[in-house]
Design a protein around this ligand. Structure first.
Ligand code: AMP
Ligand code: ZN
Length: 463
Protein backbone atom coordinates (compact mmCIF):
# COMPACT_ATOMS: atom_id res chain seq x y z
CA UNK A 1 0.00 0.00 0.00
CA UNK A 2 1.37 3.45 -0.91
CA UNK A 3 2.22 5.80 1.92
CA UNK A 4 1.30 9.44 1.32
CA UNK A 5 2.96 12.21 3.30
CA UNK A 6 2.50 15.95 3.02
CA UNK A 7 5.82 17.51 2.13
CA UNK A 8 6.21 21.13 3.26
CA UNK A 9 8.90 21.57 0.62
CA UNK A 10 6.53 20.92 -2.29
CA UNK A 11 3.25 21.78 -0.50
CA UNK A 12 1.76 18.52 -1.73
CA UNK A 13 0.89 15.09 -0.46
CA UNK A 14 3.42 12.84 -2.13
CA UNK A 15 3.99 9.11 -2.29
CA UNK A 16 6.83 8.38 0.08
CA UNK A 17 9.83 6.65 -1.48
CA UNK A 18 12.95 6.12 0.61
CA UNK A 19 16.39 6.80 -0.81
CA UNK A 20 17.70 3.39 0.11
CA UNK A 21 14.80 1.03 0.85
CA UNK A 22 14.00 -0.63 3.18
CA UNK A 23 15.99 1.87 5.26
CA UNK A 24 14.57 5.25 6.23
CA UNK A 25 16.52 8.00 7.95
CA UNK A 26 14.58 10.50 10.06
CA UNK A 27 15.92 13.50 11.89
CA UNK A 28 13.66 15.23 14.40
CA UNK A 29 14.67 18.47 16.11
CA UNK A 30 14.81 17.71 19.79
CA UNK A 31 14.22 19.75 22.92
CA UNK A 32 16.11 22.76 24.17
CA UNK A 33 16.80 21.51 27.67
CA UNK A 34 16.36 24.60 29.84
CA UNK A 35 12.98 23.68 31.30
CA UNK A 36 10.41 20.89 31.30
CA UNK A 37 8.84 20.16 27.93
CA UNK A 38 5.26 21.38 27.80
CA UNK A 39 2.44 19.33 26.35
CA UNK A 40 2.60 21.48 23.19
CA UNK A 41 6.16 20.32 22.56
CA UNK A 42 5.03 16.81 23.38
CA UNK A 43 2.30 17.00 20.74
CA UNK A 44 5.05 17.40 18.15
CA UNK A 45 6.99 14.42 19.52
CA UNK A 46 3.81 12.31 19.51
CA UNK A 47 3.19 13.22 15.86
CA UNK A 48 6.77 12.24 15.02
CA UNK A 49 6.34 8.98 16.91
CA UNK A 50 3.24 8.19 14.86
CA UNK A 51 5.19 8.90 11.69
CA UNK A 52 7.94 6.54 12.81
CA UNK A 53 5.51 3.80 13.83
CA UNK A 54 3.66 4.13 10.52
CA UNK A 55 6.93 3.73 8.63
CA UNK A 56 7.74 0.63 10.67
CA UNK A 57 4.17 -0.65 10.11
CA UNK A 58 4.83 -0.33 6.38
CA UNK A 59 7.88 -2.57 6.70
CA UNK A 60 10.62 0.06 6.69
CA UNK A 61 13.70 -0.11 8.88
CA UNK A 62 13.89 3.27 10.53
CA UNK A 63 16.99 5.00 11.80
CA UNK A 64 15.86 7.90 13.95
CA UNK A 65 18.17 10.65 15.15
CA UNK A 66 17.17 13.27 17.70
CA UNK A 67 19.34 16.08 18.95
CA UNK A 68 19.42 17.61 22.39
CA UNK A 69 19.97 21.36 22.20
CA UNK A 70 22.04 21.96 25.29
CA UNK A 71 23.79 25.13 24.13
CA UNK A 72 23.34 28.03 21.75
CA UNK A 73 19.57 28.55 21.66
CA UNK A 74 19.19 32.23 22.50
CA UNK A 75 16.13 33.89 23.94
CA UNK A 76 15.48 35.52 20.57
CA UNK A 77 15.42 33.52 17.35
CA UNK A 78 17.32 36.41 15.73
CA UNK A 79 20.58 35.41 17.49
CA UNK A 80 20.20 38.05 20.15
CA UNK A 81 19.65 37.83 23.87
CA UNK A 82 20.97 35.31 26.34
CA UNK A 83 21.53 31.61 26.05
CA UNK A 84 18.35 30.00 27.41
CA UNK A 85 20.29 27.41 29.39
CA UNK A 86 22.76 29.82 30.98
CA UNK A 87 19.87 32.10 31.87
CA UNK A 88 17.96 29.31 33.59
CA UNK A 89 21.16 28.24 35.40
CA UNK A 90 21.41 31.72 36.88
CA UNK A 91 17.77 31.63 37.88
CA UNK A 92 18.07 28.22 39.57
CA UNK A 93 21.57 28.94 40.98
CA UNK A 94 23.00 25.86 39.29
CA UNK A 95 25.50 25.54 36.53
CA UNK A 96 24.51 25.31 32.89
CA UNK A 97 25.65 21.69 32.59
CA UNK A 98 23.51 20.61 35.53
CA UNK A 99 20.48 22.38 34.07
CA UNK A 100 20.95 20.77 30.67
CA UNK A 101 21.39 17.23 32.02
CA UNK A 102 18.51 17.58 34.46
CA UNK A 103 15.97 18.66 31.86
CA UNK A 104 17.29 16.18 29.31
CA UNK A 105 16.52 13.40 31.78
CA UNK A 106 13.08 14.89 32.55
CA UNK A 107 12.34 14.94 28.81
CA UNK A 108 13.34 11.29 28.44
CA UNK A 109 11.01 10.37 31.30
CA UNK A 110 8.13 12.25 29.66
CA UNK A 111 8.49 10.56 26.32
CA UNK A 112 8.72 7.17 27.97
CA UNK A 113 5.42 7.80 29.78
CA UNK A 114 3.85 8.69 26.43
CA UNK A 115 5.03 5.43 24.82
CA UNK A 116 7.14 7.41 22.36
CA UNK A 117 9.73 5.07 20.87
CA UNK A 118 13.26 6.18 21.74
CA UNK A 119 15.41 7.51 18.92
CA UNK A 120 18.18 5.18 17.76
CA UNK A 121 20.66 7.99 18.23
CA UNK A 122 20.51 10.81 20.74
CA UNK A 123 23.03 13.52 20.02
CA UNK A 124 23.87 16.45 22.23
CA UNK A 125 25.08 19.67 20.69
CA UNK A 126 27.86 19.99 23.29
CA UNK A 127 29.30 16.60 22.24
CA UNK A 128 29.68 17.70 18.61
CA UNK A 129 31.44 21.07 18.70
CA UNK A 130 34.25 19.74 16.47
CA UNK A 131 31.71 18.74 13.81
CA UNK A 132 30.14 22.20 13.87
CA UNK A 133 33.52 23.88 13.48
CA UNK A 134 34.34 21.59 10.53
CA UNK A 135 31.06 22.52 8.81
CA UNK A 136 31.53 26.25 9.41
CA UNK A 137 35.03 25.93 7.91
CA UNK A 138 33.55 24.44 4.72
CA UNK A 139 31.09 27.32 4.51
CA UNK A 140 33.92 29.78 5.09
CA UNK A 141 36.03 28.25 2.33
CA UNK A 142 33.09 28.47 -0.04
CA UNK A 143 32.63 32.16 0.74
CA UNK A 144 29.30 31.99 2.60
CA UNK A 145 30.43 33.53 5.87
CA UNK A 146 31.45 36.92 7.24
CA UNK A 147 32.62 38.19 10.57
CA UNK A 148 31.06 40.94 12.66
CA UNK A 149 31.77 42.01 16.22
CA UNK A 150 29.72 39.29 17.92
CA UNK A 151 30.28 36.31 15.65
CA UNK A 152 30.57 34.56 12.32
CA UNK A 153 27.43 34.84 10.21
CA UNK A 154 25.93 33.12 7.19
CA UNK A 155 25.42 35.47 4.25
CA UNK A 156 21.96 34.53 2.96
CA UNK A 157 22.31 36.69 -0.15
CA UNK A 158 24.93 34.19 -1.40
CA UNK A 159 22.38 31.37 -1.27
CA UNK A 160 19.82 32.11 -4.00
CA UNK A 161 17.29 29.53 -2.82
CA UNK A 162 17.07 30.97 0.69
CA UNK A 163 13.51 30.85 2.04
CA UNK A 164 12.23 28.14 -0.33
CA UNK A 165 10.88 25.97 2.48
CA UNK A 166 8.70 28.73 3.86
CA UNK A 167 7.55 29.61 0.35
CA UNK A 168 7.21 33.24 1.32
CA UNK A 169 8.87 36.50 0.51
CA UNK A 170 11.98 37.03 2.53
CA UNK A 171 10.35 40.08 4.05
CA UNK A 172 7.65 37.87 5.52
CA UNK A 173 10.13 35.64 7.30
CA UNK A 174 12.15 38.48 8.75
CA UNK A 175 13.47 36.99 11.94
CA UNK A 176 11.61 38.24 14.97
CA UNK A 177 9.66 41.24 13.74
CA UNK A 178 9.58 42.39 17.35
CA UNK A 179 13.34 42.37 17.77
CA UNK A 180 15.87 44.97 16.71
CA UNK A 181 17.94 43.47 13.94
CA UNK A 182 21.68 43.66 14.54
CA UNK A 183 22.76 46.61 12.31
CA UNK A 184 26.10 44.97 11.55
CA UNK A 185 24.42 42.14 9.65
CA UNK A 186 24.57 42.42 5.86
CA UNK A 187 21.03 41.13 5.43
CA UNK A 188 18.41 41.07 8.18
CA UNK A 189 17.84 37.31 7.86
CA UNK A 190 21.54 36.40 8.07
CA UNK A 191 22.16 34.18 11.07
CA UNK A 192 24.98 33.25 13.43
CA UNK A 193 27.11 30.18 12.81
CA UNK A 194 29.47 30.86 15.69
CA UNK A 195 28.99 33.45 18.42
CA UNK A 196 31.82 34.94 20.44
CA UNK A 197 31.67 34.84 24.21
CA UNK A 198 30.92 38.34 25.51
CA UNK A 199 34.10 40.18 26.59
CA UNK A 200 32.81 41.17 29.99
CA UNK A 201 31.00 37.95 31.02
CA UNK A 202 32.49 34.50 31.49
CA UNK A 203 30.23 31.92 29.89
CA UNK A 204 29.97 28.47 31.47
CA UNK A 205 29.73 26.76 28.10
CA UNK A 206 32.34 27.97 25.63
CA UNK A 207 34.94 26.49 23.31
CA UNK A 208 37.97 27.54 21.37
CA UNK A 209 37.58 27.81 17.59
CA UNK A 210 39.54 29.16 14.62
CA UNK A 211 37.52 32.39 14.99
CA UNK A 212 37.78 32.91 18.72
CA UNK A 213 36.31 31.58 21.96
CA UNK A 214 32.58 31.19 21.81
CA UNK A 215 29.70 28.83 21.19
CA UNK A 216 27.77 27.52 18.18
CA UNK A 217 24.73 29.18 16.65
CA UNK A 218 21.49 27.30 17.16
CA UNK A 219 20.99 26.00 13.61
CA UNK A 220 24.43 24.58 12.86
CA UNK A 221 23.93 21.62 15.20
CA UNK A 222 21.11 20.06 13.19
CA UNK A 223 22.92 20.48 9.86
CA UNK A 224 26.12 18.94 11.19
CA UNK A 225 24.59 16.10 13.21
CA UNK A 226 21.95 15.02 10.67
CA UNK A 227 24.61 14.70 7.96
CA UNK A 228 26.97 12.92 10.33
CA UNK A 229 24.47 10.22 11.30
CA UNK A 230 22.19 10.01 8.26
CA UNK A 231 24.20 11.30 5.31
CA UNK A 232 22.94 13.85 2.83
CA UNK A 233 20.32 13.86 1.50
CA UNK A 234 18.42 11.80 4.05
CA UNK A 235 14.76 10.83 3.93
CA UNK A 236 12.66 12.84 6.40
CA UNK A 237 13.19 15.89 8.59
CA UNK A 238 10.51 16.96 11.05
CA UNK A 239 9.63 19.52 13.66
CA UNK A 240 6.89 21.92 14.66
CA UNK A 241 5.54 24.50 12.20
CA UNK A 242 7.40 27.31 13.98
CA UNK A 243 10.63 25.80 12.62
CA UNK A 244 9.67 26.35 8.98
CA UNK A 245 10.58 30.04 8.53
CA UNK A 246 13.76 30.23 10.59
CA UNK A 247 15.36 27.10 12.00
CA UNK A 248 14.71 24.72 9.11
CA UNK A 249 15.17 27.42 6.51
CA UNK A 250 18.61 28.09 7.98
CA UNK A 251 19.48 24.41 8.27
CA UNK A 252 18.75 23.99 4.56
CA UNK A 253 20.88 27.01 3.69
CA UNK A 254 23.88 25.68 5.66
CA UNK A 255 23.69 22.05 4.55
CA UNK A 256 22.95 22.70 0.91
CA UNK A 257 25.53 25.48 0.61
CA UNK A 258 28.17 23.23 2.15
CA UNK A 259 27.48 19.99 0.26
CA UNK A 260 25.69 21.21 -2.86
CA UNK A 261 22.90 18.66 -2.65
CA UNK A 262 19.50 18.59 -0.99
CA UNK A 263 19.47 18.20 2.77
CA UNK A 264 16.37 16.00 3.10
CA UNK A 265 13.71 14.83 0.66
CA UNK A 266 10.65 15.14 2.89
CA UNK A 267 9.95 17.87 5.42
CA UNK A 268 7.02 17.27 7.76
CA UNK A 269 5.73 19.79 10.27
CA UNK A 270 3.28 19.41 13.11
CA UNK A 271 0.81 22.17 13.94
CA UNK A 272 0.53 23.78 17.34
CA UNK A 273 -1.25 22.85 20.47
CA UNK A 274 -3.27 25.90 21.40
CA UNK A 275 -4.29 27.09 24.86
CA UNK A 276 -6.94 29.78 24.93
CA UNK A 277 -6.31 31.81 21.82
CA UNK A 278 -2.54 31.42 21.75
CA UNK A 279 -0.07 28.70 20.92
CA UNK A 280 1.14 26.97 24.03
CA UNK A 281 4.67 28.20 24.61
CA UNK A 282 7.37 28.58 27.20
CA UNK A 283 8.04 32.13 26.12
CA UNK A 284 4.31 32.88 25.97
CA UNK A 285 4.19 31.79 29.63
CA UNK A 286 1.04 29.69 29.11
CA UNK A 287 2.12 26.15 29.41
CA UNK A 288 1.11 22.89 31.04
CA UNK A 289 3.52 20.04 31.64
CA UNK A 290 2.83 16.33 31.64
CA UNK A 291 3.29 16.18 35.41
CA UNK A 292 0.49 18.72 35.86
CA UNK A 293 -1.80 16.36 33.94
CA UNK A 294 -0.61 13.47 36.12
CA UNK A 295 -1.17 15.43 39.32
CA UNK A 296 -4.73 16.00 38.20
CA UNK A 297 -5.17 12.26 37.81
CA UNK A 298 -4.84 11.88 34.05
CA UNK A 299 -2.82 9.07 32.58
CA UNK A 300 -0.15 10.39 30.15
CA UNK A 301 -1.61 8.01 27.56
CA UNK A 302 -4.89 9.94 27.76
CA UNK A 303 -2.90 12.90 26.44
CA UNK A 304 -1.51 10.71 23.66
CA UNK A 305 -5.07 9.64 22.83
CA UNK A 306 -6.21 13.28 22.94
CA UNK A 307 -3.58 14.16 20.30
CA UNK A 308 -5.24 11.72 17.91
CA UNK A 309 -8.39 13.82 17.94
CA UNK A 310 -6.95 16.21 15.35
CA UNK A 311 -4.84 15.69 12.26
CA UNK A 312 -1.23 16.65 12.90
CA UNK A 313 -1.48 19.48 10.35
CA UNK A 314 -4.39 21.14 12.17
CA UNK A 315 -4.06 23.21 15.33
CA UNK A 316 -5.43 21.42 18.38
CA UNK A 317 -7.08 23.27 21.22
CA UNK A 318 -6.37 22.05 24.73
CA UNK A 319 -9.24 22.20 27.23
CA UNK A 320 -9.75 20.35 30.50
CA UNK A 321 -13.07 19.13 29.17
CA UNK A 322 -11.35 17.60 26.13
CA UNK A 323 -8.64 15.83 28.14
CA UNK A 324 -11.32 14.53 30.45
CA UNK A 325 -13.28 13.09 27.52
CA UNK A 326 -10.08 11.52 26.20
CA UNK A 327 -9.39 9.89 29.55
CA UNK A 328 -12.92 8.51 29.64
CA UNK A 329 -12.70 7.24 26.06
CA UNK A 330 -9.39 5.57 26.82
CA UNK A 331 -10.83 3.96 29.96
CA UNK A 332 -13.67 2.58 27.88
CA UNK A 333 -11.20 1.24 25.34
CA UNK A 334 -9.30 -0.49 28.14
CA UNK A 335 -12.48 -1.88 29.71
CA UNK A 336 -13.45 -3.35 26.36
CA UNK A 337 -10.14 -4.91 25.55
CA UNK A 338 -9.85 -6.43 29.03
CA UNK A 339 -13.11 -8.29 28.42
CA UNK A 340 -12.00 -9.78 25.09
CA UNK A 341 -10.46 -13.24 25.42
CA UNK A 342 -6.78 -13.60 24.56
CA UNK A 343 -6.59 -16.14 21.75
CA UNK A 344 -4.13 -16.68 19.02
CA UNK A 345 -6.31 -15.62 16.09
CA UNK A 346 -5.70 -13.63 12.92
CA UNK A 347 -6.69 -9.98 12.87
CA UNK A 348 -9.70 -8.84 10.85
CA UNK A 349 -8.46 -8.26 7.29
CA UNK A 350 -11.02 -5.69 6.23
CA UNK A 351 -10.71 -3.50 9.32
CA UNK A 352 -6.94 -3.77 9.16
CA UNK A 353 -6.94 -2.60 5.56
CA UNK A 354 -9.10 0.38 6.39
CA UNK A 355 -6.92 1.27 9.35
CA UNK A 356 -3.80 0.89 7.21
CA UNK A 357 -5.16 3.14 4.49
CA UNK A 358 -6.13 5.78 7.08
CA UNK A 359 -2.64 5.93 8.57
CA UNK A 360 -1.07 5.83 5.10
CA UNK A 361 -3.11 8.85 4.12
CA UNK A 362 -0.72 11.35 5.69
CA UNK A 363 -1.19 9.84 9.18
CA UNK A 364 -4.93 10.38 9.49
CA UNK A 365 -5.30 9.49 13.17
CA UNK A 366 -8.82 10.86 13.70
CA UNK A 367 -9.93 8.46 10.97
CA UNK A 368 -7.89 5.62 12.49
CA UNK A 369 -9.52 6.17 15.89
CA UNK A 370 -13.00 6.18 14.40
CA UNK A 371 -12.21 2.79 12.83
CA UNK A 372 -11.16 1.53 16.28
CA UNK A 373 -14.59 2.41 17.71
CA UNK A 374 -16.44 1.06 14.72
CA UNK A 375 -14.69 -2.26 15.25
CA UNK A 376 -15.51 -2.31 18.96
CA UNK A 377 -19.19 -1.71 18.22
CA UNK A 378 -19.39 -4.23 15.38
CA UNK A 379 -21.37 -7.24 16.63
CA UNK A 380 -20.45 -9.31 13.61
CA UNK A 381 -16.82 -9.55 14.77
CA UNK A 382 -15.94 -11.99 17.55
CA UNK A 383 -14.33 -10.59 20.73
CA UNK A 384 -11.08 -12.50 20.22
CA UNK A 385 -10.74 -11.16 16.65
CA UNK A 386 -11.51 -7.68 17.94
CA UNK A 387 -8.70 -8.10 20.41
CA UNK A 388 -6.12 -9.33 17.92
CA UNK A 389 -7.07 -6.55 15.49
CA UNK A 390 -6.75 -3.88 18.18
CA UNK A 391 -3.37 -5.28 19.22
CA UNK A 392 -2.28 -5.00 15.60
CA UNK A 393 -3.49 -1.36 15.50
CA UNK A 394 -1.63 -0.67 18.72
CA UNK A 395 1.67 -1.00 16.84
CA UNK A 396 0.78 2.49 15.63
CA UNK A 397 -1.50 3.75 18.41
CA UNK A 398 0.99 2.93 21.17
CA UNK A 399 -1.70 2.93 23.86
CA UNK A 400 -0.49 -0.21 25.71
CA UNK A 401 -3.59 -2.14 24.62
CA UNK A 402 -1.84 -5.46 25.15
CA UNK A 403 -1.45 -4.72 28.80
CA UNK A 404 -3.75 -1.82 29.70
CA UNK A 405 -2.57 0.13 32.73
CA UNK A 406 -4.81 0.22 35.78
CA UNK A 407 -6.54 3.57 35.71
CA UNK A 408 -6.36 5.38 38.99
CA UNK A 409 -9.41 7.52 39.17
CA UNK A 410 -9.20 10.62 41.25
CA UNK A 411 -12.38 11.40 43.10
CA UNK A 412 -13.02 15.16 43.15
CA UNK A 413 -13.44 16.92 46.52
CA UNK A 414 -17.02 17.79 45.68
CA UNK A 415 -17.89 14.09 45.51
CA UNK A 416 -16.07 13.33 48.78
CA UNK A 417 -18.09 16.06 50.48
CA UNK A 418 -21.34 14.54 49.22
CA UNK A 419 -20.20 11.10 50.39
CA UNK A 420 -19.53 12.47 53.89
CA UNK A 421 -22.87 14.23 53.95
CA UNK A 422 -24.57 10.96 53.01
CA UNK A 423 -22.68 9.14 55.78
CA UNK A 424 -23.95 11.72 58.26
CA UNK A 425 -27.52 11.25 56.99
CA UNK A 426 -27.16 7.48 57.37
CA UNK A 427 -25.86 7.83 60.94
CA UNK A 428 -28.92 9.96 61.67
CA UNK A 429 -31.03 7.23 59.99
CA UNK A 430 -32.32 9.81 57.53
CA UNK A 431 -32.62 7.24 54.72
CA UNK A 432 -34.54 9.52 52.43
CA UNK A 433 -31.78 12.15 52.49
CA UNK A 434 -29.10 9.47 52.09
CA UNK A 435 -30.84 8.13 48.98
CA UNK A 436 -31.23 11.61 47.55
CA UNK A 437 -27.51 12.24 47.94
CA UNK A 438 -26.72 8.87 46.39
CA UNK A 439 -28.75 9.93 43.33
CA UNK A 440 -27.00 13.29 43.23
CA UNK A 441 -23.62 11.56 43.31
CA UNK A 442 -24.77 9.26 40.52
CA UNK A 443 -25.87 12.20 38.41
CA UNK A 444 -22.30 13.51 38.69
CA UNK A 445 -20.92 10.27 37.30
CA UNK A 446 -20.00 8.27 40.45
CA UNK A 447 -21.59 5.37 42.27
CA UNK A 448 -21.35 4.37 45.91
CA UNK A 449 -21.05 0.80 47.05
CA UNK A 450 -21.60 0.29 50.75
CA UNK A 451 -19.16 -2.23 52.13
CA UNK A 452 -18.47 -3.37 55.73
CA UNK A 453 -15.34 -1.18 55.57
CA UNK A 454 -17.38 1.86 54.61
CA UNK A 455 -18.49 3.35 51.31
CA UNK A 456 -16.50 2.72 48.13
CA UNK A 457 -16.76 5.18 45.29
CA UNK A 458 -16.44 4.19 41.64
CA UNK A 459 -16.52 6.31 38.58
CA UNK A 460 -19.30 5.38 36.16
CA UNK A 461 -17.89 4.33 32.84
CA UNK A 462 -20.21 4.07 29.86
CA UNK A 463 -19.13 0.99 28.04
P1 AMP B 1 11.89 23.63 21.70
O1 AMP B 1 12.22 22.78 22.90
O2 AMP B 1 11.36 24.98 22.06
O3 AMP B 1 13.01 23.69 20.70
O4 AMP B 1 10.64 22.92 20.97
C1 AMP B 1 10.57 21.55 20.75
C2 AMP B 1 9.55 21.21 19.68
O5 AMP B 1 8.22 21.57 20.08
C3 AMP B 1 9.78 21.92 18.35
O6 AMP B 1 9.65 20.99 17.29
C4 AMP B 1 8.69 22.98 18.29
O7 AMP B 1 8.33 23.26 16.98
C5 AMP B 1 7.56 22.28 19.03
N1 AMP B 1 6.56 23.17 19.64
C6 AMP B 1 6.75 24.30 20.34
N2 AMP B 1 5.58 24.83 20.79
C7 AMP B 1 4.60 23.99 20.36
C8 AMP B 1 3.16 23.95 20.48
N3 AMP B 1 2.48 24.88 21.16
N4 AMP B 1 2.49 22.92 19.91
C9 AMP B 1 3.16 21.95 19.23
N5 AMP B 1 4.51 21.93 19.08
C10 AMP B 1 5.22 22.92 19.63
ZN1 ZN C 1 16.86 21.39 14.28
Amino acid sequence: MELYLYNTLTRKKEVFKPINPPFVGIYTCGPTVYNYAHIGNLRTYIFEDILKRVLIYNGYKVKHVMNITDVGHLTSDADEGEDKIELEAKRERKNAWQIARFYEEAFKQDIKKLNILEPDIWCRATDHIEDFIALIKILEEKGYTYRISDGIYFDTSKFPDYGRLAGQNLEEILPGARVEVNPEKKNPWDFALWKFSPKDVKRQMEWDSPWGIGFPGWHIECSAMSTKYLGQPFDIHCGGVDHIPIHHTNEIAQSEAAYEKPMANFWLHGEFLVLGEKRMGKSEGNFITLSVLEEKGYNPLAYRYFCFSAHYRSPLKFTWFAIDSSQRALNRLYENIRRYPKRDVEFHKEYEERFHSAINDDLDMPQAISIVWELIRDNSVSPEVKRSTLIQFDKVLGLSLDNPPEIRIEIPDEIWELVEERERARREKNWEKADRIREEIKSKGYIIEDTPQGPRIKKLINI
